[in-house]
Design a protein around this ligand. Structure first.
Ligand SMILES: *Cc1c(COP(=O)(O)O)cnc(C)c1O
Length: 377
């Protein structure tokens, strides 16, 4: 009777018949690539997010890559983003030959700090004549929206684009607005462990602008022309989502709004139980926003307390994890950017004492009580 970190089995049992029927639908019609499920999913999720277009694709990483390609990002471009994120956010920037410029985070939400963003944009403009400030990628880390009322005007008043990396936050709400309706483009991931996951890899880009939409559709399939598929207008990718994954997502989407509700109940319970533990700071979400809680990340007093707590959990066979143990500016893959320890103190501090507890919509009060009892020792 173990407690899973993320429970996809319970969810599957609830919709098993629908999942099987939808997959069988694909097997029967045989349109494995760009089948009718793709259009249905895109229409359904565009409507949910409140945007005119949704472009499905092969992963969250490809959603980001396609977005930057559509925006014409290339060598010499500076793209501002957080170092406290999954590697993909900055990886796509570097893959296109552009330069990630890191910006430190807010100590409470772990999202981009608008004041540091303003400083870094000015720094690049004044001191990096080799770079052109082009855009910002804001990440909604752990499912919680970034501070868009501060970030969006900062980007747009400086002539920069804003891409929302909503890989962890599909369904999250910022001051009444779906996060995937924000920015010039918003990207999400349907990797199984994300709040809305498929049974493999998948992603989506959300956009209102018609021209960007056409570019994304073309880039998704080898830069194909919209009028003739053997005319190639530009270089692109093979970044389609397959029909099976769309069929799975259509079956799961029915549960999704209710699951977001359940995630609020689970995290409210955690916050109450953890308030009795010395030295631990449970996560908090500003009034008016809704997180989808991709991860439930707690700050320990210091690295020692984190090691102790995670050790106790491991002994009791309760899974826990660290997101993220090493900020991107300290990763070997980005060594050529020349950053050193001390450059992003808030990100480094979070990395040294953050840890994640089991989190999913079907976590019971009883299991949560067990988890917190073990944490207390
Ligand atoms: C998961 C994730 C991605 C990449 O999504 P994939 O579907 O795994 O390619 C990008 N950014 C963030 C913040 C993520 O958590």
């Amino acid at each position: 009777m173990s407690i899973p970190f993320i429970d996809l089995k319970t969810q599957y049992r609830l919709i098993e018949n629908q999942i099987k029927a939808n997959i069988e639908g694909v097997l029967e019609h045989g349109a494995y690539v760009m089948g009718p499920e793709i259009r249905e999913l895109e229409a359904t999720l565009a409507d949910y997010a409140g945007v005119s277009h949704a472009v499905s694709c092969s992963s969250g990483t490809d959603a980001l890559l396609m977005s930057l390609m559509a925006l014409g990002v290339g060598p010499g471009d500076a793209i501002f983003t957080t170092p406290f994120t999954f590697i993909a956010t900055a990886e796509v920037v570097a893959l296109l030959g552009a330069t990630p410029v890191f910006v430190d985070i807010d100590p409470v939400t772990f999202n981009l700090d608008p004041d540091d963003l303003r400083r870094k944009i000015r720094y690049v403009r004044e001191n990096r004549k080799d770079l052109t400030a082009r855009g910002v990628i804001a990440v909604d880390i752990f499912g919680q929206p970034a501070d868009y009322d501060a970030i969006e005007p900062l980007a747009h008043n400086s002539g920069l684009f804003l891409v929302v990396d909503a890989a962890q936050s599909f369904g999250a709400v910022y001051k009444g607005r779906q996060v995937c309706s924000l920015g010039d483009l918003a990207c999400t991931s349907f990797f199984p462990a994300k709040p809305l996951g498929c049974y493999g890899d998948g992603g989506m880009v959300f956009v209102n602008n018609e021209e960007l939409h056409q570019l994304l559709v073309s880039i998704r399939v080898h830069g194909m022309s919209v009028t003739d598929k053997y005319d190639n207008d530009r270089l692109g990718l093979t970044a389609r989502m397959d029909s099976m994954q769309a069929a799975v997502l259509l079956a799961k989407f029915g549960l999704f709004p209710g699951e977001i509700e359940k995630r609020q109940e689970v995290t409210a319970r955690y916050a109450e139980l953890l308030s009795e533990v010395d030295g631990l700071t449970p996560p908090s979400v500003p009034e008016g926003n809704v997180s989808v809680w991709a991860q439930y990340c707690v700050l320990a007093r210091d690295t020692e307390q984190r090691t102790e707590v995670m050790g106790r959990l491991a002994e009791a066979s309760i899974p826990s994890g660290i997101y993220y143990p090493k900020p991107l500016h300290l990763q070997k893959a980005f060594a050529d950017l020349g950053y050193v320890m001390g450059d992003f103190p808030v990100s480094e501090d979070a990395a040294s004492r953050i840890f994640a507890l089991p989190m999913h919509p079907y976590l019971t009060a009883e299991d949560q009580e067990t988890i917190v009892k073990v944490i207390k020792g």
